[in-house]
Structures are given as structure tokens and as C-alpha cells.
Design a protein around this ligand. Structure first.
Ligand code: GFB
Length: 316
């Protein structure tokens, strides 16, 4: 990939897409094409085909998706399967038709079988029942991964897939209902601190284990894979370490400076008990994550304090 090659980052305003743009700019890639969802609805096949025909990008990072935490996924499954299936199929097919040199598609660790052996190897995909709370999202993402594989097999497309673990970072979604756990807890503990609340309510039991990768480390891995990896099977991207939701909450509680109690609302789902990725395939290519969890959370909280208003909305 040359510095002047045209690179389309689909989903450039999101957590992952904005991190990909940051690293491309920092590495001197100057020809980056982006479109907001108002400018280009990736669910619209005709509009996507016309965009690719006109722009003819040489490389594509497909980071656009409808994403959300366990509550968002379980409350809007039809939207999650339809939007993510249409985005994946439209972009991947148009990339093939317009002769894109290389495309990177993003899965997610939550699409592995709910009770997969831990740590999860890439080969475990499609070997067991899915986690019910995000089955819709998982089927759409699995379809995207398989599409990349079959377009490589039949048409020789250099389309690769990465499988990131749970992500966090600046420019995340902090909405109390639709966000993932880490940003949700930053907001909950912050609001509890400034309102002198005596307790913070968390969902589930706090027992599930989760692995968290700082989003700029993910972006570094994705660029590394775009430059160095070309094969059918997807690649896990994570830290190889996990912790319980309760332990995560205690770290965030301390960083934010909240001194009240933690209370668990067992009426809310725990989701899958564990989804630790086996990252040995990625490690074998020479990549390793850089940002320790505590350092990453401190970075996000500093960003949150200067960037978010009282309603958890970005002021940028
Ligand atoms: O991050 P999260 O929503 O998604 O939930 P998953 C992780 C764990 O944190 C669950 C608990 O056990 C939640 O019950 N939790 C505790 C909370 N308090 C909260 C809270 O205030 N908000 C949230 N959101 N969780 C997602 C998939 O699963 O993983 C998505 O549903 C996506 O499709 C994502 O792939 C990466 O890690 O359980």
C-alpha cells in the first residue's frame, strides 16, 4: 500500500473507523476517502455501487456497522441483522466489481460460539450455538467473513477479515443503554461521583470475563494486517488477557474516584460467560498490543472529561 493509494475507510466517524483514520494519517497516507452515513447509506446497494464505480478505491477498511452493547443487541435484533448484512454484502460485492486491490472486514469476538473452548482459536467459528443476546449481529458478521472467504476462493479477491475482541477508546458511544460495558461504567461512575450518589447499579452478576483492547492498538493491528496478511482464515486481534466485569468496575471506580457501593441488577443479562481470544496466530506475525488496560481507561476518562457534555454527548 503506497502513501498516495486511495483508501476508503467505511465508518470513519465510529470508534474503530476514526482510529483507523488516525493511524493512516500518522503513517503518512494522504489519499483517504470517507463518507458519512447521510452522504452514503451503505444499506443502499445502488448507491454503494455508484460510489465504488466513481471513486474506485484501491484499499478498503470496512469498519462501518451497526454496533452496540448487550442491551442494544438484544432489543433490536432485526435492525442488527438487516443493517449489518446489507452493509457487508453491498461493500464487499461492490469492492469486487470495482476491482479493489485489498479489503479488510471486521468481525467481533462475540460471534464465536457461546460456549467455545477458551481461549478461542479462529477455527472454532461456526462450531457451536451462538450467544442469544447478539445472535442477529453474529449471523450478519459471520456472513461477511464467509463472503470475503468465498470471494477470495472464486474470484481471487484479496479480502481479509480481522476478529477483534471487546474494544474501547476515545470517541466511543457513552449512551447508557446502547453502549458497551467499559464506556457505560466510566459514565455511570462519573455521574455518580459528581452527584454524590451512594451506589452505582451494574447489569448482570459481574461474574462474566471480558478481554479489552484499546482501539488505537486495534487500528495498528489492522494496518499491520492490511500490509502483511493475505489468507482465507480470519485473524483474532486481542490482548490474550481478560478480567471479570466486577474487577473492571473496581478499576474504573478507582480511576474515576467514586467512593460509593456497587450494586448488581440481576434482571439484566450477563451474556456469554467468557470470550478470551487465542492471539497466537497474530503474535506469530510479530504484532502485540501496546496499551495496558488501566492506562487505556485513564486516557479515555481524560478524553471523556474534556469532550462530553452532561448528557454523555460529544461536544466535539
Ligand atoms: O459490553 P457488553 O454490553 O457486551 O456487556 P458483551 C459486557 C458485560 O458487562 C455483560 C455487563 O455481562 C453485561 O451484563 N454490564 C454490567 C454492562 N453493567 C453494564 C452496563 O452498564 N452496560 C453494558 N453494556 N454492560 C457484546 C455484543 O457482548 O460484545 C456485541 O453484544 C459486540 O455484539 C460486543 O460484539 C463486542 O461483551 O456481553
Amino acid at each position: 500500500m503506497n502513501k498516495a493509494d486511495k483508501i476508503y475507510v467505511a465508518g470513519h466517524k465510529g470508534l474503530v473507523g476514526s482510529a483507523i483514520v488516525r493511524i493512516l494519517l500518522s503513517q503518512g497516507f494522504t489519499n483517504i476517502v470517507t463518507r458519512t452515513s447521510n452522504e452514503l447509506d451503505l444499506r443502499n446497494q445502488t448507491a454503494v455501487a455508484a460510489f465504488f464505480e466513481k471513486e474506485k478505491p484501491q484499499y478498503v477498511f470496512l469498519a462501518a456497522a451497526k454496533v452496540g452493547g448487550i442491551f442494544a443487541n438484544s432489543s433490536a435484533p432485526a435492525d442488527f441483522i438487516y443493517d449489518n448484512m446489507m452493509i457487508a454484502f453491498n461493500v464487499i460485492h461492490s469492492a469486487y466489481l470495482s476491482g479493489v486491490r485489498k479489503l479488510l472486514f471486521l468481525g467481533s469476538s462475540c460471534i464465536y460460539p457461546k460456549m467455545a473452548q477458551q481461549p478461542i482459536k479462529e477455527e472454532y467459528l461456526l462450531t457451536g450455538a451462538l450467544e442469544s443476546t447478539n445472535e442477529a449481529y453474529a449471523i450478519a458478521k459471520i456472513s461477511g467473513l464467509e463472503l470475503c472467504k468465498f470471494y477470495r476462493r472464486q474470484y481471487g479477491c484479496d479480502f481479509i477479515s480481522a476478529m477483534p475482541t471487546n474494544l474501547y477508546g476515545i470517541n466511543d458511544n457513552f449512551d447508557i443503554n446502547t453502549s458497551h460495558v467499559l464506556p457505560a461504567l466510566i459514565r455511570r461512575f462519573h455521574e455518580a461521583k459528581i452527584s454524590n450518589a451512594t451506589e452505582v447499579v451494574l447489569w448482570g452478576t459481574g461474574k462474566p470475563l471480558r478481554e479489552f483492547l484499546y482501539v488505537d492498538d486495534l487500528a495498528d493491528a489492522l494496518l499491520h494486517l492490511m500490509l502483511n496478511y493475505s489468507d482465507e482464515i480470519h485473524i483474532n486481534v486481542g490482548t490474550g488477557e481478560d478480567l471479570s466485569i466486577n474487577d473492571l468496575a473496581l478499576v474504573i471506580k478507582e480511576i474515576v474516584g467514586f467512593n460509593g457501593a456497587l450494586v448488581y441488577d440481576n434482571s439484566k443479562p450477563d451474556g456469554t460467560p467468557r470470550k478470551l481470544l487465542d492471539v497466537s496466530r497474530l503474535s506469530a506475525t510479530g504484532w502485540r498490543y501496546k496499551t495496558p488496560l488501566r492506562e487505556g481507561i485513564e486516557k479515555v476518562y481524560r478524553w471523556y472529561l474534556k469532550s462530553m457534555d452532561a448528557n454523555g454527548q460529544s461536544m466535539e
